[in-house]
Write a protein that binds this ligand. Structure first.
Ligand code: PMP
Length: 363
């Protein structure tokens, strides 16, 4: 079967050259006679893989020297708890801006450990915009935001201003465009969108933040454990880390985050321009806050039941022509196209052609 254009929000499309290289190296990684999946994580061969991957993270993301680079497990979701557990340890208060389902989950986890000050929320308009932060607490241990809201399709195009250290969940925006790590104390991302397969989470921690970590945390939840062991306290997700390395090398080959940004901006423009001009479909997200990576859209059909029928029909017919995973998140319905780095422009053009065709037939 031919490969499809996969608009999944994650796990999502990986660059074809990465999959091809992984296939070529599957049985014998660079003359070792073993698959990376079979290697001891303590072997010289695997050490070279994880070190190279860390080097690539540092160079591709321009990570300053005074940051730790960690490959962790438990998904981005575990970071929702680990971050307050390790770093909300001064006043035990933190500022969070509520911009969607994932930031909501991070708030709920942090509330188990301290006092969370909500400095803005867009819940009033179904998360369709990004609120301006207000009433920030100068004594907060940190300010937390979700850089790109995967489900709702909003993105911070500017780093929020705060007097306290910044923490961000960059899961669905990582390496989609240049990003200033140095303005943040902690940056984390589940890999399964722009970085690689599910199973590994990348976390960057500014070194001077480590002094905040209290003694006596459970070993696996203590950032010091992972820092001191080079992400090798226990068996790391070896194969996922190896694929992250291949994806980062692919990004280098594309010309880095700047070049990907240009391509991503073009893809997003093609899709948003169509949605904004369509009498049939529309984007519910305020223009200034739209995500380059996740594009939710709806039909203008007023009757919710009729809209639901149309959405289902759309998703089914799209799948039949090789445009897959276009259903919106189960919590919001409608449709969503995730157009991460690995989605070619041709895929977005195919989608827009399909949208036009569907609108003509169903209007
Ligand atoms: N944050 C964001 C922005 C996400 O999109 C996701 C998952 N799609 C998560 C956190 C949760 O990630 P995980 O499934 O790796 O725990």
């Amino acid at each position: 079967m031919a490969r499809v254009y996969n608009f999944s929000a994650g796990p999502s499309m990986l660059p074809e050259p990465v999959l091809q290289r992984a296939a070529d190296e599957m049985l014998d990684w660079q003359g070792t006679g073993q698959s990376v999946m079979e290697m001891s994580h303590r072997s010289k061969a695997y050490e070279s893989i994880i070190h190279k991957t860390e080097e690539l993270v540092r160079s591709v993301m321009k990570v300053p020297e005074d940051y730790h680079v960690l490959f962790l497990q438990g998904g981005a979701s575990l970071q929702f708890h680990m971050i307050p557990l390790n770093f909300m340890t001064g006043t035990k208060k933190a500022d969070y801006i509520q911009t969607g389902a994932w930031s909501q989950k991070s708030v709920e986890e942090a509330q188990k450990l301290g006092t969370i000050n909500i400095v803005g929320s867009s819940k009033d308009k179904k998360w369709s915009y990004l609120p301006t932060p207000a009433n920030l607490d100068p004594k907060a241990d940190y300010f937390y935001y979700c850089y790109n809201n995967t489900i709702e399709g909003t993105q911070f195009h500017q780093v929020p201003q705060a007097a306290v250290p910044l923490v961000t969940d960059i899961s669905s925006g990582i390496l989609s465009q240049p990003f200033d790590v140095s303005k943040h104390a902690v940056v984390f991302a589940g890999a399964q969108k722009n970085l690689g397969p599910a199973g590994v989470t990348l976390t960057l921690v500014k070194k001077d933040f480590v002094s905040r970590i209290p003694a006596g945390l459970p070993a696996m939840l203590d950032f010091k454990t992972h820092i001191d062991s080079g992400s090798m306290f226990n068996t790391p997700p070896c194969y996922a880390i190896y694929i992250v390395g291949l994806v980062l090398q692919w990004i280098v080959d594309q010309g880095g985050a700047d070049r990907l940004y240009a391509a991503n901006a073009q893809k997003a423009k093609v899709l948003y321009d169509y949605l904004d001009s369509s009498p049939f479909f529309y984007s519910p997200v305020e223009k200034k806050d739209r995500s380059l990576m996740n594009v939710p859209f709806l039909t203008r059909t007023a009757d919710p039941e009729a809209a639901e029928v149309l959405n289902k029909k759309f998703v089914k017919e799209a799948e039949a022509v090789g445009l897959v995973n276009l259903a919106g998140h189960r919590s919001v319905g409608g449709m969503r196209a995730s157009i991460y780095n690995a989605m070619p422009l041709a895929g977005v053009h195919r989608l827009v052609d399909f949208l036009k065709d569907f609108a003509a037939k169903n209007a």
